[in-house]
Every structure is written in structure tokens, then in C-alpha cells.
Design a protein around this ligand. Sequence first.
Ligand code: ATR
Length: 273
Amino acid sequence: MQDRYAVVGNPIAHSKSPAIHTLFAKQTQQKLSYEKILIELGHFEKDVKRFFTSGGKGLNVTVPFKENAFTFPDQLTPRAQLAGAVNTLIQQTDGSILGDTTDGAGLINDLQRNCFLLKNAKILVLGAGGAVRGILEPLLAQQPKEVVIANRTVAKAQMLADIFDNYGNIRACGFDDLTGYEFDTVINGTSASLAGELPPVPESIFANNKNTGAYDMMYSKKLTPFLLWAKQQNVSLLTDGLGMLVGQAAESFQLWRGVMPDITPVIDALRNQ
Ligand code: ATR
């Protein structure tokens, strides 16, 4: 029988994870199945337990079950604890379930692939929700000059900066406080793009550098409002979050199968769909 994997969420019909993992399996010649499973609200624990006791090997978890994914596993990896999030469940040889998060690694992989400045760079992160918390430690591990978290609700940004205060180069502020500061890499981690909105950021935030880049953790067929805005300010390095999506999936695949797939052809295939 083929090893079974799946993504669980509600809704789940739109998920690209089955297409991505099927392409990874083909590319790396692994025999496995990957399906999408709709879980009713309140049924997460029961359904996930059943998946694993009936032979399932690993799961990706998406909205609205991020909280459940964090409390369900028998163990959490240190990076999942720091991120306060789990997107990957792995059944270990003794049957216990390990929870890990691959979002941060997926983002770093995509930023590096697209030549964004990280080491010694001034990095601005917009937003302070769960998605941003998951990327801060991996970003700080790249040894930037500084990471600034700007958020509409400043207290939430401050709370995140406090968690990672031991790095010594992270601070929080409101959008208005950004006036007069310039950054090499600006990452939009707000959910504003989902609503077709732009975070209210001053226009002067991009350093005048040929490698200055704007990254939106959301993806869409056309430029997100944030990337369009950055383009209007002559930022040439513009990347949306499709590569992060494929990158986090690749990291999950590696955890389950021990092989790291090549993400570039998979991103290209999804773009052309
Ligand atoms: P996620 O899990 O995607 O991080 P979240 O935890 O709800 O979702 O966080 C959403 C983030 O987007 C928050 O930082 C939110 O700002 P507030 O903390 O002030 O609510 C931010 N956000 C959402 N819509 C926004 C908008 N139109 N402009 C600016 N920030 C926005």
C-alpha cells in the first residue's frame, strides 16, 4: 500500500497542496498518495487520530485548525514552539505525533532563491499576526542588521518583538513611525492583500539600492496591491508568496520522505495553471 498523506482544513477544496505534493512525488520518484480532507469544526482531534491510526503517515494543517494543530501533537519541534504554530504533523516510528512548522523555512528558501538581501540587511516586516510570528526566528537567524515589525495595532508588534528580544536587533513600531527610515527588504505579512487593501505605509521606506526588494506573503495571478505599490516606487525585485507556499510544502515533504524536492519547476507549473 502507498504511504498516505493529506492536508486538512475547512474549507479545503481550493488547496494547492495535493497538486504540489503530487508533483514532488513524481519528481523524486516516491510512491505516495496525498489527498485533501475536509474536517468539520469541532472534529479535528477525532478525525486526525483516525487518519493516523488507519495508517496515515503525515498531515499538513491549514485554516481554521492552526490552534488545534499546535495543541494536538505529542511533541513539538523547538521552531514550532518559537513560532507558536504547527503546519506539519509527522507520525514517528513509535507511533507518536510530532508537530513542526515549515512556513519560515519556506519563506527563507524563496527569499534566497529570489536574491533578496538578508545578511546585514535592514528588514521591515508589515503585520504582527500568526503568519508573521512564524517567520521571525528564521529571518533573525539570517543575521540581518535589524528587523523592524510594523503593525496597525502596535501592541501586537511589540509583543512579538519582546519574544525575540534576545537577538538584540528587533524592534516594533506603528506604520506612521516608519517615516524617515529605509529598508533593503520589505515583507508584507498582513492579510490586507486578501481584502485588496494596502497597509498604510509611508512611501519612503525602500532603500535606493538595486537589490531592494518587496515580498508579499500572499499570492495572486496579478500583482497584489502591495507589490503594485512597490513597483510604482521603482522597486524591481517583486515577489509574491507562491514560492513560500511551494517552499513550505517542500520542507514538509523532506520531513516525511527524507528528500528535498526542487521547488522551481513546481512554482513554474502552478503559475502556468
Ligand atoms: P494571519 O494568521 O494571516 O497572520 P491574523 O493573525 O489575523 O492573520 O493577522 C492579520 C494581520 O494583518 C494583523 O497584523 C493585522 O493588523 P492588526 O493586528 O492591527 O489587526 C493585519 N491587517 C489586516 N488587514 C490590514 C489592513 N487593511 N491594513 C493593515 N494591516 C492589516
